[in-house]
Ligand binder design. Structure first.
Ligand code: BG6
Length: 495
């Protein structure tokens, strides 16, 4: 396969912010260093602050310090970066940007290709998109693409408004909505595990799978994001996007080809098949939690965090049971849970297979269900839990775990999600970005849950910081005869 090396200018709105220095600059550097970019690229940082090219370059240099570039490497890289102080509501800023981009096109041979990356507060996305178009910044001989960070709206209505605003200036195929989970190595591996192994696909349905569990737990609290988080909560922050995207990848039908439209249309079908909830049944399907202080671990409770109201009713934890009402998945619960200040940072998917029709060993031993575990992070890999013979008397079985560790392989350095996604965008591959229909359907699903929760004050706080969430999350599975498989103790799965 020939790998094309993209030529483009990336305009970063919000270049003085956290996302730019934590994720975007390092990702561009890694692409450059690996030779995935040619010299034909430039980055223009725009933001309100009166920075200069030099200040931006100093910040870029700082953000890639950990890769230890030599002086010469640093100079070569940083000379591609430019800064423009910018007022998003002032038309003259767009004129200046337009002129700057045409001269950079000549200097770096970028052929008029432009990526406009929105790495800033979402309330300006619409204004920026409109001005880019009206002021002719998007009129070029090359392609133009708009990259949008989350949150993409706050609910279905606000997302639709935002979408209408940006669609006035960019067409759907030019819009790249980021869900950084789709850039993770092991999230991308879900498709390969499913569609490149004769072993799994025949079993991947309600005849053989009893339930699927997705856990994305975080050790950290809300840090300095209390202001944003208190308006969002775990449901909007994690479930509407990352978790439902993983559900869609796990549940979709094999696409006829691995092309953007084909993959997206299969994911959309899953989201259309999510069993809608009525407001009054939300409590039987979803559990919310908020972390309390942990004295033992010296951790604050959520309500003590900066910029969080003392009586906050915002959930920092969600567990839920999702049904997909189609032929393949009818009757199979997809249990999901995610939260801040849980015991460990970990994202794992456990696929639990049904038990055999007859357990020949039941008098002597417990035969465990087979599990396929997809370890998304921090460890990346796949485990398969089987039953084998226990050494000694005939008939005793024991749990056996087959493990494949992706990031343990020598020389394997998994690229950051952002690196992959930026590169995909430069190449015009939108497969791992979310289509509007996916965003819309996900919002419609979670809006009912938010509505139900906003109507009732929760009994918060209800889980201790540093633990695995509220008791009700265990009961959610227990009433179906299941339990959460441990994510903490990897040894659990080995013998
Ligand atoms: C972001 C959320 O989208 O994802 C954060 O806004 C969350 O609150 C983060 O911490 C988790 O991402 P990751 O890659 O660390 O699992």
């Amino acid at each position: 396969m020939t790998v094309t090396k993209p030529k483009s200018i990336v305009v970063i709105f919000g270049a003085t912010g956290d996302l730019a220095s934590r994720k975007l600059f390092p990702s561009i550097y890694n692409l450059y260093k690996k030779g995935s970019l040619t010299e034909s690229f430039a980055v223009v940082g725009v933001a309100r602050r009166p920075w200069t090219n030099e200040i931006l370059r100093e910040n870029v240099a700082k953000s890639i310090e950990k890769y230890k570039p030599t002086e010469a490497e640093l100079d070569d890289f940083c000379k591609h970066f430019f800064y423009l102080p910018f007022d998003v509501t002032d038309k003259s800023s767009y004129q200046e940007l337009k002129n700057m981009l045409s001269s950079l096109d000549n200097e770096f041979d970028t052929e008029g290709n432009r990526i406009f990356y929105m790495a800033m507060a979402p309330e300006f996305f619409g204004t920026i998109a409109e001005n880019l178009k009206n002021e002719g910044v998007t009129d070029t001989n090359g392609w133009t693409r708009l990259v949008i960070e989350k949150p993409f709206g706050h609910d279905y209505d606000s997302a639709k408004k935002l979408n209408n605003d940006i669609r006035a200036a960019f067409q759907e195929h030019e819009i790249y909505r980021i869900d950084h989970y789709l850039g993770k190595e092991m999230v991308q591996n879900i498709e390969v595990i499913r569609f490149a192994n004769a072993l799994f696909e025949p079993l991947w349905n309600n005849r053989y799978i009893s339930n699927i569990q997705i856990t994305s737990s975080e050790e950290l609290g809300v840090e300095d994001r209390g202001g944003y988080y208190d308006k969002a909560g775990a449901l909007r922050d994690m479930v509407q996007n990352h978790i439902l995207q993983m559900v869609a990848l796990l549940a979709m039908e094999p696409p006829i080809r691995l092309e953007t439209d084909e993959v997206r249309s299969e994911k959309i079908k899953v989201l259309r098949a999510l069993r809608p909830l009525h407001v009054d049944e939300v409590d039987s399907y979803f559990v919310r939690g908020q972390y309390a202080q942990s004295e033992g671990l010296d951790m604050k409770g959520y309500r003590e965090e900066t910029n969080v109201p003392e009586e906050s009713n915002t959930e920092t934890y969600v567990a839920g049971k999702i049904y997909i009402d189609n032929f393949r998945w009818a009757g199979v619960p997809f249990y999901i849970r995610t939260g801040k200040r849980m015991a460990e940072k970990s994202t794992k998917i456990v696929i639990q297979f049904k038990e055999l029709p007859l357990n020949l060993y039941k008098d002597v031993t417990d035969v465990e269900p087979n599990l396929l575990i997809i370890h998304i992070q921090p460890d990346e890999g796949i485990s398969f839990v089987l039953n084998g013979k226990k050494a000694g008397p005939h008939g005793l079985t024991r749990r056996v775990k087959l493990d494949y560790c992706n990031n343990c392989l020598d020389g394997m350095n998994t690229p950051e999600a952002y690196e992959r996604l930026l590169h995909d965008c430069m190449l015009g591959d939108a497969t791992n970005f979310t289509h509007w229909d996916e965003v819309a359907l996900s919002w419609k699903y979670v809006d009912t849950i938010s509505k139900a929760w906003s109507e009732k004050t929760a009994q918060f706080p209800n889980y201790e910081a540093g633990k695995m969430g509220p008791k009700a999350a265990n009961e959610l599975l227990e009433k179906d005869g299941y339990h959460w498989w441990p994510i903490l103790d990897n040894n659990y799965y080995s013998v």
